[in-house]
Design a protein around this ligand. Structure first.
Ligand SMILES: [Zn+2]
Length: 382
């Protein structure tokens, strides 16, 4: 029996495996995707509004998918935990599940066990990995959702064959992740890749993070909507198209609406995408100066605008890149896996910690939950 786990026998028949993490988990996480077992795992993406859970096979195919609403911020961490456990148990009734990977919209510490902070949830230094693996009885992996999305795009999506990539997700803000030689770069404290809060305009727009002039104030869904609403509120003639469309209710201007109008050729909306695309290209040139990847993958809801956004970004990137003309240029491509990327990547990363034939099972888990408190956890704590 390995040193990192111990078995707890109860009455000779009921049996549970209690995972002792730390050193054992570190060793397992060093396993490469090439040597990881080709078993199905569950990926869970916890976003601001939706929790998505899916069984994913070793080739990145989604075998079954469930979704539910994210419990409100005011709810205790236990409620979110219960939601995750319920989704996994539901899926495990129809699939063998050998490990669970979580991609969370929040800061995950460097050894990927605790969520330090999640803006949409009540998690504050939450020991999520151990809590869940204790309840689910399978190995659990926790990571930032941008990291898991980047991993998925490298393994199965737009950046296949490009192990040095930077992913930028444009949603309400900017999320980011770095892969170097096929490894996610998390930084010493786990919070690398927060590109959205690099200052691009000294004294610029105020950002909810507390600073001014952050990149995501100029190149994100929020920036797009803010600019459109400002133009509409000023009753600018360029905004007449969109004002008509929302019947004068400026609050009804949304990112998807701006995208739709831009696609139809509305001049103001096209121009707004040129603006945020240009800022995107400038930021990417900065990242290329620092990180020199071969590929930038642009994901998130705003990337649905395709070339309306990515065209101007490529132009600005070429104009701004340091050493331009004397160095190979990184490609800028749109993500391919859509909103499922974070879930697929979490599942695939979980294979690195998976154990064959350690499937979770509702009866076993329920029995453990009922009796385990008395016996199992005492043993685990001792
Ligand atoms: Zn900021």
């Amino acid at each position: 029996m390995s040193a990192n786990r111990e078995r707890v026998y109860r009455g000779g028949a009921a049996r549970a495996t209690v995972w002792r993490n730390v050193s054992g988990a570190d060793r397992r996480e060093r396993r490469s995707h090439l040597t990881a077992p080709r078993v199905p795992t569950v990926g869970i993406d916890i976003g601001g509004t939706k929790v998505m859970a899916g069984v994913v096979d070793a080739d990145g195919n989604i075998l079954e998918q469930l979704r539910t609403e994210t419990p409100d911020k005011s709810k205790s961490p236990k409620v979110v935990e219960d939601t995750i456990v319920e989704l996994v148990l539901d899926l495990s009734e129809r699939h063998d599940v050998h490990a669970v990977g979580i991609g969370a919209a929040g800061w995950v510490d460097a050894d990927r066990s605790r969520v330090l902070f999640a803006p949409h949830l009540a998690w504050r230094d939450e020991p999520l990995r151990d809590r869940l693996s204790e309840r689910l009885l399978v190995p659990v992996m926790v990571d930032n959702d941008a990291n898991t999305a980047a991993w998925a795009e490298w393994r199965f999506g737009a950046a296949r064959g490009e192990p040095d990539l930077v992913m930028i997700t444009l949603g309400t803000g900017i999320g980011g992740a770095i892969l170097e030689d096929g490894h996610v770069k998390r930084g010493r404290y786990g919070v690398a890749g927060e590109f959205g809060h690099m200052q691009v305009v000294p004294g610029g727009h105020r950002c909810p993070c507390g600073n001014r002039g952050c990149w995501e104030q100029y190149s994100s869904g929020n920036a797009l909507v803010r600019e459109a609403r400002e133009l509409a509120a000023a009753d600018s003639p360029v905004a007449y198209g969109i004002i008509d469309r929302v019947g004068g209710n400026i609050r009804d201007i949304t990112g998807p609406l701006i995208t739709e109008l831009a696609r139809q050729g509305d001049a103001m909306c096209v121009e707004l995408f040129q603006d945020i695309g240009q800022w995107l290209g400038v930021g990417i040139a900065n990242l290329a100066a620092a990180l020199d990847p071969s590929c930038f993958v642009i994901g998130g809801g705003v990337s649905a605008a395709d070339d309306l956004l990515i065209g101007p970004a490529r132009d600005a990137f070429r104009r701004t890149l340091t050493g331009r003309g004397y160095r190979p240029e990184a490609r800028i491509v749109k993500a391919e896996l859509g909103p499922e990327a974070g879930m697929v990547g979490a599942a695939d990363l979980a294979r690195l910690v998976a154990r064959r034939f350690r499937r979770t099972n509702r009866r076993r888990v329920e029995r453990y939950e009922r009796y385990g408190r008395v016996y199992g956890r005492q043993a685990a704590d001792s």
